[in-house]
Design a protein around this ligand. Sequence first.
Ligand SMILES: Cc1cc2nc3c(=O)[nH]c(=O)nc-3n(C[C@H](O)[C@H](O)[C@H](O)COP(=O)(O)O)c2cc1C
Length: 186
Amino acid sequence: MELFEAIRNRRSVRRFSDRPVEDEKLQALLEAVRMSPSWANMQCWRFVVVRDVRTRETISELSYVESFFAPKGYKVNPSKKGLAEAPVVIVACADPSQSGVIWDQQYYLTDTGIASQTLMLAAHGLGLGTVFVGVFDDPKLRGLLNIPPGIRIVGLFPVGYPLDETKKEGPPRKPMSEIVFSEKWG
Ligand SMILES: Cc1cc2nc3c(=O)[nH]c(=O)nc-3n(C[C@H](O)[C@H](O)[C@H](O)COP(=O)(O)O)c2cc1C
């Protein structure tokens, strides 16, 4: 798949078929993620790959934080179902001690954000679907997956074959004039 086509056509996928994800595809996905750039090439990211159905169901239950979704009118995380039905959930974590902090910039978030975009584009390139799920019950999730105190959980990625193959438009993007300035801010 051509790079610009992949960037343009990638969409968040929130419902999945029960078709298993081939091990080779999962490996290819993780290999792509491994090539992402990072602070001083320290690669602070760590990934927990969850296949166990019980664990995925519990992760799905933990994807809800009432105070975050209530203002948007959501009763549940829009990806709740997908986290249980995708055959694989990748939990993206980071070790902040393996990245930089300068003037309050927490580069572990940047590093793992970049790796997350690699993950989403690589999944799309492999014919798989995924979505960045950034809302979850952190304390319960780290308990479930034995994630040590110093490690941050950055995002959850259900990975599988999309339930609905029809191309979706996706939510609109802001116009260029609103997000790009020339020479100076504003
Ligand atoms: C940091 C971050 C957190 C997100 N958290 C959630 C989430 O908890 N649940 C969900 O369904 N989508 C979540 N999304 C997906 C966005 O809603 C989605 O990317 C956006 O609406 C644009 O749609 P598109 O990905 O199809 O282009 C998240 C995306 C990002 C980058």
